[in-house]
Design a protein around this ligand. Structure first.
Ligand SMILES: [Zn+2]
Length: 270
């Protein structure tokens, strides 16, 4: 896990340049910070990423903040106080050291084999609260790139888990945690059924082309696969199908693309 994609300069370049991406990101950050309960005075941001939430947290005078990220490149580049390189599966702090542990845009990036360990570490360093923010039910099969060097297929955002309320509840069960706030929000998610995505990819060779960094061989200049006439046609037909399906589904039936959950330890000392 140490030699991960997140430590690659190309990934960090791409990442920092798009954080925060737009106004909805700024709104999201503001809402995360607003969710922090008044009885919190210490916060650990696990996986600070582009640092945009961390910077916002530090503006709150009532909070003392620390942050970790797997990527040395990111930590060096951000140049913020009280941040260090650290693995979410091996958090370099004492048990119950922080009133609140923030896991924003973290859990969806954790591979299956590290997931339980990461969750257990987040619980360990939290004294009272855990705040989770992730893409909600974001399919990991879109957008996917195909590496022309090692043939690896991967989600271009590095997403490896589909986060929903069920997964969060299994990781943080009701015997251990009360849910203080649970909310699905953000722009509506596009309709893109998995079987059609499969057809587009398998028969139309539809792969993301832009700015992908291969997590297997760290290739940064991925070229899309050559496609014959039939594959181009299938790709276009699928793109048109997605377009019309998305417009056919009423907005009311679509879900938001983000979830945030504030959890409180049942045995937390008041
Ligand atoms: Zn590769």
């Amino acid at each position: 896990m140490k030699t991960d994609i997140y430590s690659q300069k190309a990934w960090v370049d791409k990442f920092i340049s798009r954080c925060p991406a737009d106004d909805s990101d700024a709104e999201r950050v503001r809402k995360i910070v607003e969710m922090i309960p008044v009885d919190v005075s210490t916060v650990l941001d696990v996986g600070i990423g582009g640092g945009y939430i961390y910077k916002e947290l530090r503006k709150k005078k009532s909070l003392r903040c620390a942050g970790i990220d797997l990527s040395l490149e990111l930590v060096k580049r951000l140049d913020e106080p009280a941040i260090c390189v650290g693995d979410a599966g091996e958090i370099p702090f004492r048990s119950e050291q922080f009133d609140l542990v923030l896991a924003a845009d973290l859990l969806e990036h954790i591979k299956d084999e590290f997931f339980r360990q990461t969750v257990s570490e987040i619980k360990r360093v939290s004294r009272k609260y855990i705040l989770i923010n992730s893409p909600y039910k974001d399919a990991i099969d879109w957008p996917v790139a195909l590496c022309d060097r090692c043939n690896g297929e991967f989600n271009v955002y590095g997403h490896m888990q589909v986060i929903d309320t069920g997964l969060i509840r299994r990781a943080f069960p009701k015997e251990e945690f009360d849910v203080v706030i649970s909310e699905i929000f953000g722009r509506k998610r596009s309709t893109r059924p998995a079987p059609l995505v499969y057809i587009a990819r398998r028969f139309g060779k539809v792969y993301s082309e832009e700015g992908a960094v291969c997590p297997y061989c760290f290739n940064i200049s991925i070229r899309p696969p050559d496609r014959n006439f039939a594959e181009v046609l299938i790709g276009r037909m699928m793109a048109a199908t997605f377009f019309f399906m998305d417009r056919a589904v009423p907005s009311l039936l679509k879900q938001g693309s983000e979830i945030r959950v504030l959890l409180r330890k049942k045995d937390a000392i008041q």
